[in-house]
Design a protein around this ligand. Structure first.
Ligand code: RP5
Length: 161
């Protein structure tokens, strides 16, 4: 079955973070796949994934990695499909290493870089949804409803916890 979004990550240890993107796609009814594709440990898998992404019909790739996070950038160098990067939080440097590794792409090969960690992964799902909604009115309506529900859930007054 063709899927619109590929969620890729450098390691199994990234999945608790990247699952936040998957949850958003589930909520919005967007078909996706989730794969472990490591720039360093499985470079041939990365190459094949990037080389075949367009012909397989993927429309957005969400790529998460931590530390020397080369996966999103390498994927952007291998496919013209938009890549949304998620810096995974690390123990040693709190994800600043991941952020800088993903953010500082050279001219010509952009990665749309999100915030560090779970919020960034969820926003990556929403960014993918926004891109897909440009040419999918039904999805656009679902995304609008999702945004309105979030807005409506925010109380006007703070309360003691
Ligand atoms: C990166 O190294 C992965 O994206 C992960 O965030 C980090 C650590 O990987 P593990 O040692 O937990 O497999 O490639």
């Amino acid at each position: 079955m063709a899927v619109d979004v590929g969620i890729i990550m450098g390691s199994q240890s990234d999945w608790p973070t990247m699952k936040e993107a998957a949850l958003i796609l589930d909520q919005l009814g967007i078909p996706y796949e989730a794969k472990i594709v490591s720039a360093h440990r499985t470079p041939d898998r990365l190459w094949t994934y990037g080389k075949t992404a367009a012909e397989r019909g993927l429309k957005v790739i969400i790529a998460g990695a931590g530390g020397a996070a080369h996966l999103p950038g390498m994927m952007a160098s291998k496919t013209r499909i938009p890549v949304v990067g998620v810096p995974v939080q690390t123990k040693a440097l709190s994800g600043i290493d991941s952020l800088y590794s993903i953010l500082q792409m050279p001219k010509g090969y952009p990665v749309a870089t999100m915030a560090i960690g779970a919020a960034g992964a969820a926003n990556a799902g929403l960014m993918a949804a926004g891109i897909l909604a440009i040419s999918d009115p039904a999805l656009a309506a679902r995304l609008d409803a999702w945004r309105e529900a979030l807005s409506a859930s925010i109380p006007e007054e703070p309360k003691d916890e």
